[in-house]
Design a protein around this ligand. Structure first.
Ligand code: SAM
Length: 296
């Protein structure tokens, strides 16, 4: 018997804490995790151990297949539209003018777009945007293309694995004003993150902005994973019941990743949300990381 925990079975029904929260929880005002809660989270996470290397490799290799199954099973029912993004990333409300005074198009890309819960609300509100959207799950891209608001001339969705398919195959190098990465890099193992960020950088203009939001270390979801051993693949990387991956980032890790690839950090902060599960009568401390980076 080794000291490594056995893995959870694949193919079980999705039990993401995020989905249940989106349905059942009402956000309260932002709260800061107390030092006691952070210490508790640190202790639980530190005690957890990675599953056997065979399973780690298998889950990492099968991530794309498992996301595709996820969208086949859930279609557009899982995520809610992300209307808050324009509040947090006002760059999506911008307008700019051509030399002749006519409105200029702002070229954007959403990486790991899922079924388009971000792109369609934003496109509706800002007529000056053109949105590229990519995901490595073909079912997700199919659902984006079937959306009533998927209009030629306003958006273009395509299948792309950020860690290996050059974005420049579809988008002109150095052409984008804004890129959003919303709960996507957390699905990518640490050893492939540099390649993904370099790929994104290649299609951005110098001065373009990258908007990032994702899971942060000591988030309640991480504590929950570590409280039920059998999910941990690497430091801060876990596998969900459905075989998709979830990494939890620290400020230092994400800043280093982007700065190494030629970005300047404009903002990088933990965001705390206390949410109440009224059905279970419990409060949950969510912890996210939100950042803005400018390509040099
Ligand atoms: C948690 S979902 C977020 C979807 C969307 N950004 C949103 O906020 O609703 C993560 C998405 O990233 C996609 N993804 C994960 N790894 C990827 C990769 N290497 N290349 C492209 N997409 C990826 C998954 O297929 C999934 O749609």
């Amino acid at each position: 018997m080794t000291d490594q925990a056995t893995p959870i079975p694949l193919g079980a029904e999705i039990s993401s804490i995020d989905a249940r929260q989106e349905k059942l929880l009402q956000p309260l005002e932002a709260s800061i995790l107390t030092p006691e809660k952070l210490e508790y989270a640190r202790q639980v996470i530190e005690k957890d151990k990675a599953i056997k290397p065979f399973w780690v490799k298998k889950y990492k290799t099968e991530a794309a297949k498992n996301w595709d199954r996820f969208y086949k099973r859930n279609e557009t029912r899982f995520y809610k539209d992300r209307h808050w993004i324009e509040r947090e990333f006002t760059v999506f409300k911008d307008s700019k003018l051509n030399d002749d005074g006519s409105p200029a198009t702002i070229h954007c890309l959403e990486v790991g777009c899922g079924v388009g819960n971000f792109i369609f609300p934003v496109l509706e509100r800002n007529p000056n945007l053109f949105m590229y959207a990519c995901d490595f799950a073909p079912h997700a891209i199919e659902l984006v293309k079937q959306h009533d608001d998927y209009k030629q001339g306003r958006c273009s969705a395509f299948v792309c694995d950020l860690t290996k398919d050059p974005l420049t195959d579809t988008i002109a190098a150095g052409s984008l004003d804004v890129v959003s990465s919303i709960f996507v890099l957390s699905a990518i193992p640490a050893e492939k993150l540099e390649a993904a960020v370099r790929n994104i950088s290649d299609v951005m203009k110098s001065g373009g902005m990258l908007c990032f939001r994702d899971y942060a270390v000591y988030d309640a979801a991480q504590v929950k994973f570590s409280s039920n051993p059998g999910h941990m693949l690497d430091t801060n990387l876990y596998v969900r019941q459905d075989g998709t991956l979830s990494h939890f980032f620290s400020k230092e890790q994400i800043k280093e990743l982007f700065e190494k690839e030629g970005f300047t950090t404009v903002e990088c902060e933990y965001v705390h949300r206390e949410t109440i599960n009224r059905a279970m009568d419990i409060s949950i401390d969510r912890r996210f990381l939100q950042a803005k980076f400018i390509k040099k």
